[in-house]
Design a protein around this ligand. Structure first.
Ligand code: NI
Length: 136
């Protein structure tokens, strides 16, 4: 099994909160991340594709395909957006790094050939990282 990776970055504003909780409860669970006027992150995403190397091309997958897929499905959709206010995907979903990983994985999985495995890793900050293998 071989794996290749394409890295991408995108910037978003968000607020962690649940509409069905009081401001006090949101504040106590999410702290500063629940700031009513939002805050931003420079997200770094690694998209790991697994599979076998094509004998003719020597590629597992042309990374240009992965680059274009990430642009179309992730960065064009989320970069410089307020996830809570601008993005349908998070209208009723708390935009934690975990949920962002799940949403991004599902968007990519739909468009990626089933011959490939898919794993995402997202840095929300330098020190806070999530990894998602998805459910195939
Ligand atoms: Ni945050």
């Amino acid at each position: 099994m071989m794996k290749v990776c394409r890295r991408a970055t995108f910037n978003c504003a968000h607020r962690l909160y649940r509409k069905d909780w009081s401001d006090e409860k949101n504040e106590s669970v999410f702290g500063k991340c629940s700031n009513v006027n939002f805050h931003g992150h420079n997200y770094v995403m690694e998209v790991w594709i697994s599979g076998t190397v094509n004998e003719e091309t020597g590629y597992l997958i042309d990374l240009k395909i992965v680059k274009d897929l990430i642009k179309a499905e992730i960065t064009d959709r989320f970069d410089h957006k307020n996830l809570n206010l601008d993005c349908e995907e998070f209208k009723n979903l708390n935009p934690t790094a975990e949920n962002i990983a799940i949403v991004c994985w599902n968007l990519l999985r739909t468009k990626l050939d089933r011959a490939y495995g898919l794993r995402l890793k997202i840095w929300e900050t330098e020190n806070n990282i999530v990894e998602y293998d998805g459910i195939d």
